[in-house]
Design a binder for this molecule. Structure first.
Ligand code: NDP
Length: 497
């Protein structure tokens, strides 16, 4: 029997407790991995072990896929009406809402994001997403198509079957919800792998999925490493579609495994190096607030982080001064403190990766304008960091750092800035700041990005699509667009002559 994770908090922001199984969730039961091995889950605020979770293996993926297939063919998929799927999703959303504070506490402990951000930003969007797709469940249908009077043609949007979902550690619960919401609304059965760094809120969700009354096998959660469990999902012959969020490097591997196995459908939500553009007519207080949110939200561990901040030369000095003041005011510390804005980075690996980028910026001749150092002696805290005097070829300008590290770059004119902003292999998002509506629209249309924010940044809604151009991904999540990732369209032609 897998063990249970029991934890009690007595902090300024949350007093309460949690209790859930740390096993794999397969066929409606919490079980040990087939090798009976475990993975340590680390608290990034201290570097110490919080608990151990069961480690899944490729064999466990096979067992989970079999459970998902059985559920799909008997009680789910086309055998479960949309209104029932919607009812179950709504029930899950209600339960998540009831457990909102507990979820936020688990996320803060496991991932390091602050309790307040987890509760208000992450949980809000998580619950909205599940409710949004609950609403879609009985509104998924094809259409009739006129050809000639002797033919009746119509389409059906059928579920794909068993789908695999591989998610990262930066928004652990949000990624669960973005993935399972559209997949369940459309009637698919799921095998999901959370990140080994942040598996806990997925396991709490498994408990609530059970409580909501989803039939056993509809959702299966297999903890484990990417190279074993993730790879087994990507190359499984009975998984018909895989959805992945994470690095571009691993996204390529997932696509390759899909191509080499059964040519399963692939959607990818990958990295970014998003520009924030501040024009000379911008409202500077708005630009400073949102550009700071753009890079520092979630400790910079955001795929759409506005990590390249372009500022018009006329306002560069004033912007830099105000942006520096804002950056200094952000309190880095205990995720359970009342006034913390930023907690630790997620892991020692990620901490070292970010510090490596900071070193490379210094070595390549950029000016470290602010920050660039560790905070405290335990855990993985890094101060908000700004580089100036950068050149386009520097690694800190080209590569995704995934930390609280921004580069600030001067620009001269509108054509020049479009060229610079688009000069990246990524195309996930962009933000621009101007009070001129024509300039806003022209620039938004010229940017190669899946999302463009005007006078805001890093805002997401369950009903607005999200995804990337270029190497930032394939397909869209959220909104109505995500549904098409999870259905096959069947055209039926009947001869009525
Ligand atoms: P990865 O892309 O390695 O991990 C994302 C998920 O993929 C995890 O669940 C991971 O498992 C899994 N995985 C790893 N290897 C494979 C594989 N061969 N086949 C299938 N699944 C696999 O991201 P990292 O966590 O290592 O972060 C590295 C960098 O990626 C970051 O610095 C950042 O730049 C970027 N990133 C981007 C994200 C985004 O939202 N676009 C999210 C996270 C990271 P495991 O549990 O073993 O890690």
């Amino acid at each position: 029997m897998p063990s249970t994770f029991d934890y009690t908090w007595d902090t300024p922001v949350y007093k309460g407790s949690t209790s859930f199984s740390t096993g794999l969730y397969i066929g409606g039961k919490f079980v040990d991995g087939s090798n009976k091995t475990t993975i340590d889950v680390i608290n990034p605020s201290t570097g110490k072990v919080i608990t151990k979770i069961a480690e899944g293996t490729p064999k466990d993926v096979d067992i989970a896929v079999a459970a998902a297939q059985k559920a799909y063919e008997t009680v789910w998929g086309l055998n479960c009406p949309g209104n029932e799927r919607g009812r179950l999703l709504n029930k899950l959303a209600d339960l998540m809402d009831i457990h909102r504070d507990e979820y936020a506490a688990v996320e803060a402990l496991d991932n390091g994001k602050t309790f307040n951000w987890a509760k208000n930003a992450d949980l809000g969007l998580c619950i909205d997403t599940i409710r949004y797709y609950a609403g879609w469940a009985d509104k998924i249908h094809g259409s009739t198509i006129e050809t000639s009077e002797d033919k009746l043609n119509y389409t059906r949007h059928e579920p794909i079957g068993v789908v695999g979902q591989i998610i990262p550690w930066n928004f652990p619960l949000m990624m669960v919800c973005w993935k399972i919401g559209p997949a369940l609304a459309t009637g698919n059965a799921i095998v999901l792998k959370p990140s080994e760094f942040t598996p806990l809120t997925a396991l709490l969700t498994a408990k609530l999925i059970d409580e909501a009354g989803f039939p056993p096998g509809v959702v299966n959660i297999v903890n484990g490493y990417g190279s074993t469990v993730g790879q087994a999902i990507a190359e499984h012959m009975h998984i018909e579609k895989v959805a992945f969020t994470g690095s571009t490097l691993v996204g390529r591997k997932v696509m390759e495994a899909a191509a080499k196995s059964n040519l399963k459908k692939v959607t990818l939500e990958l990295g970014g190096k998003s520009p924030s553009i501040v024009f000379d007519d911008a409202d500077l207080s708005v630009a400073v607030e949102w550009a700071a949110h753009g890079i520092y939200f979630n400790h910079g561990q955001t795929c759409c982080a506005g990590s390249r901040i372009f500022v018009h030369e006329k306002i560069y000095d004033t912007f830099l001064h105000k942006f520096t003041e804002k950056s200094k005011s952000l309190k880095v510390g205990d995720p359970f403190a009342l006034d913390s804005f930023q907690g630790p980075q997620v892991s020692e690996i990620q901490f070292n990766r970010i510090m490596g980028y900071i070193d490379s910026g210094k070595q390549e001749g950029a000016t470290l304008h602010m920050g660039g150092h560790r905070i405290g002696t335990e855990g993985y805290f890094i101060s908000p960091t700004i580089f100036t005097d950068v050149r386009p070829e520097m690694r800190i300008v080209r590569e995704e750092i995934f930390g609280p590290v921004g580069v600030i770059i001067k620009f001269k004119d509108d054509d020049d800035i479009i060229h610079q902003a688009n000069d990246t292999v990524y195309g996930l998002a962009a933000a621009l700041f101007t009070t001129n509506v024509k300039r806003a629209i022209k620039t938004a249309h010229a940017l190669h990005a899946g999302t463009v924010w005007v006078n805001c940044s890093n805002t997401l809604y369950a009903n607005v699509p999200f995804g990337g151009y270029k190497q930032s991904g394939i397909g869209r999540e959220l909104g109505e667009y995500a549904l098409s990732n999870y259905t096959n369209v069947k055209a039926i032609q009947i001869n009525i002559a």
